[in-house]
Design a protein around this ligand. Structure first.
Ligand code: HAM
Length: 422
């Protein structure tokens, strides 16, 4: 009987070797600045009670109304695969009482997120984010720090062709004042049922409506930035002045609309110019009412999520990937049984010293093994046969130019550490 092959799920990007090394590198680079700033890891479930997202992320959003992977589990509970990370972090902080300890709570996370979007380049149904959240401090300085950490992540990838856009959604007072005028403006437009409903829940959504007639109509709508309360305006100015002090370039975009409803105050997006339609490589902002909505105390928070898939696409487009970082330092080719034994122990010793060492397994002929060494991209190759074992010396071949140095096996470690400047 012949079985049919099974296909992977639609719209999911997989990372297999050798490209997976670049993915891993990108993810680590993106999160390194958060670790350096004292953010600590939070590992959370990829599925949660559906209410967490309907309430936390908001029913006016596409994410909640159209894109959630929701199902009933075996106990009849409604479960949703997490479409984003902030709500889950907040749920855990409240549940584990982290907000009763030292503030701000500063955490980072990394992993898969799920949105049933129409798949296209840079837009996947399972995608990867690294993110941070700083909870329990309402201070423009931490807003600036959070933005700077995201910016440093992109700089770590060597990215240059991106722009930072920021705006402020103000405090409750600012939004209430704006809402009165915006709703009056919207009432004069003739809207279809669904759009009117969306406007009722969150009128700012209409700025994000991609239909040309809507864009044209909304071009004259009152902007929230013009309604900021005195304290919101001061805070937003302070954020900008901190960013300038840190030499972080930005544009104020008063029409920015984030795809999630919890945002208040400072919000921001990083937009890359080489990625076509899916240009958002990261975004975030303040969410001062979220903890309360989720049943916790009334504390503020700010954070970001960076799209690892898109950041990697951007690094590929800008050719900023450091290729040789992804390969082994040494490829060891043992010829015969005793050579294999020496190779296994030598490899252990070399790896201990930080030298990435691969062994050619499978008792291949020398020619085949050399081909494998070449393909692996390793920087050095050593062949270990009977004559090398008896002389105690090997030829260390540098693959970039073919230069061969004769080295005692016992000296291999020091010689390589020096050559690799470890
Ligand atoms: P978000 O803007 O929805 O924010 O997502 C953050 C980033 O995830 C986006 O800028 C994009 O790079 C990436 N992304 C989103 N959807 C997809 C997709 N379908 N395929 C590929 N990449 C995608 C949030 O998720 C917030 N939780 C961020 C945050 C944290 N705000 C405050 N704290």
């Amino acid at each position: 009987m012949k079985y049919e092959k099974i296909q992977g799920p639609k719209g999911v990007r997989e990372y297999l070797p050798p490209e997976s090394a670049a993915f891993e590198w990108a993810r680590n680079q993106l999160i390194a600045p958060a670790k350096a700033a004292g953010y600590q890891l939070m590992e959370l479930p990829v599925f949660e009670d559906t209410n967490l997202f309907t309430r936390g992320v908001g029913e006016s959003t596409d994410v909640v109304s159209k894109e959630m992977y929701t199902f009933e589990d075996r106990g009849g509970r409604s479960i949703t695969l997490r479409p984003e990370g902030t709500a889950g972090v907040m749920r855990a902080v409240i549940e584990q009482n982290l907000d009763r300890g030292q503030l701000p709570v500063k955490v980072w996370y990394s992993g898969q997120f799920f949105r049933a979007e129409r798949p296209q380049a840079g837009r996947y149904r399972q995608f990867y984010q690294v993110g941070i959240e700083a909870i329990g401090l309402d201070d423009p300085a931490i807003d600036a720090e959070v933005i700077a950490i995201a910016d440093q992540g992109f700089k770590n990838l060597g990215l240059k062709n991106y722009r930072l856009e920021i705006t402020s959604l103000g405090d409750a007072q600012s939004r209430a004042a704006h809402r009165v005028d915006l709703m009056a403006f919207i009432k004069k437009m003739s809207l279809d049922e669904a759009t009117a409903q969306r406007a009722e829940i969150n009128p700012l959504r209409l700025f994000d409506d991609k239909r040309p007639e809507m864009q044209a109509a909304m071009s004259k709508a009152p902007l929230l930035l013009d309604y900021l309360s005195e304290s919101s305006r001061k805070s937003f100015e302070q954020v900008q002045s901190y960013l300038r002090a840190m030499n972080i370039a930005f544009d104020v975009n008063p029409r920015m609309v984030r795809g999630l409803d919890y945002y208040t105050g400072t919000t921001f997006e990083f937009v890359h110019s080489d990625l076509g339609a899916q240009s958002g490589i990261g975004g975030g902002g303040r969410y001062d009412g979220l903890m309360e909505i989720l049943g916790g105390q009334s504390l503020s928070g700010i954070g970001f999520g960076l799209g690892v898939d898109r950041a990697l696409l951007a690094a590929i487009a800008e050719k900023s990937l450091p290729a040789q970082d992804f390969t082994s330092d040494l490829f060891l080719i043992p010829l015969g049984e005793s050579a294999m034994q020496v190779s296994l122990t030598t490899a252990q010793e070399l790896r201990d010293a930080g030298i990435r060492t691969e062994i050619a397994f499978g008792d291949r002929a020398l020619k085949g093994a050399m081909k494998a060494a070449d393909k692996s991209g390793a920087r050095y190759v050593v062949v270990l046969g009977d004559s090398e074992l008896s002389s105690g010396e090997v030829d260390l071949k540098r693959m970039s130019d073919g230069v061969i140095t004769s080295v005692k096996i016992t000296q291999l470690r020091d010689q390589l550490r020096q050559a690799l400047s470890l």
